[in-house]
Design a protein around this ligand. Structure first.
Ligand code: CA
Length: 250
């Protein structure tokens, strides 16, 4: 486990670093926001412990910057500012937890471990395919600069398609994952929802991300052709894409 500590108070930073060290946890200290952001963007960490009041780039700007850069690393805000608006703003900006100063190191340690455990069990909260972005934390969806408003079911469907981007997903897989049931083969519910999504995600864009793979199901991809995706390393995909049926790119 490797932690980035972004904290300008040397005493606090070394107290945390020493505490982690005694637990066999490696840490690196950045005493300034911009330096911290550069480290978070260029190196791999399991956790960031972030002070809000920082020289250079403050904690909120740090968070916005690393999230915009697609860094899904868990962030624990550690600050003297124990006010509700700051806490809410921090969590909205993409922090995962919040601990007001003064704090007991044991509590920081327990929360650190919990955050890392949680993150290791779940993928990055921002899914990206081409210029389409879905933030699993805020449930916001954007294509380019345009924010897209989805119903709960449309969101769940898009989240599943994006989490398995470039894979061909059968209607059965989609029904199980998104609706939690298997439909009668005659039902066209999935196709109806796919069309809703197309209207919101792809309409007006030259590159259509949601593709129909005839006889197989659907695939969300930013690759120009679905055919190039054949031979993915996921077993169910191999099963689905083994034949040479023509690919219908609608
Ligand atoms: Ca500070």
């Amino acid at each position: 486990m490797r932690v980035l500590i972004v904290e300008d108070e040397a005493k606090v930073a070394s107290f945390i670093a020493r505490g982690y060290g005694e637990e066999g946890i490696e840490s690196l200290v950045a005493s300034e926001g911009l330096e911290g952001a550069r480290l978070a963007e260029s190196q791999s960490f399991d956790l960031v412990v972030l002070d809000l009041g920082l020289p250079g780039l403050d904690g909120f700007s740090f968070l916005e910057r690393i999230r915009a850069a697609g860094r899904g690393v868990p962030v624990l805000i550690l600050t003297a500012r124990d006010s509700l608006p700051d806490k809410v703003r921090g969590l909205e900006a993409g922090a995962d937890d919040y601990l007001p100063k003064p704090f007991a190191f044991e509590e920081l340690l327990a929360r650190s471990r919990a955050l890392v455990r949680r993150a290791q069990g779940s993928p990055s909260p921002v899914l990206k395919v081409g210029d389409l972005q879905l933030d699993q934390r805020t449930r916001r969806v954007r294509r380019g600069e345009t924010e897209i408003v989805l119903s709960n079911r449309e969101y769940a469907l898009l989240e599943y398609l994006m989490s398995r981007a470039r894979c061909v997903l059968s209607r059965t897989m989609i029904a199980e994952q998104v609706w939690g049931i298997v439909f009668d083969t005659g039902t066209n519910t999935i196709d109806v929802y796919i069309n809703y999504l197309r209207g919101k995600i792809d309409a007006g864009h030259e590159l259509k991300l949601i593709r129909t793979v005839r006889g197989r199901g659907y695939c969300l991809t930013d690759e120009p052709e679905v055919k190039r995706l054949v031979g993915g390393d996921e077993p169910e995909v191999k099963k689905l894409v083994g034949g040479d049926e023509p690919v219908d790119e609608t």
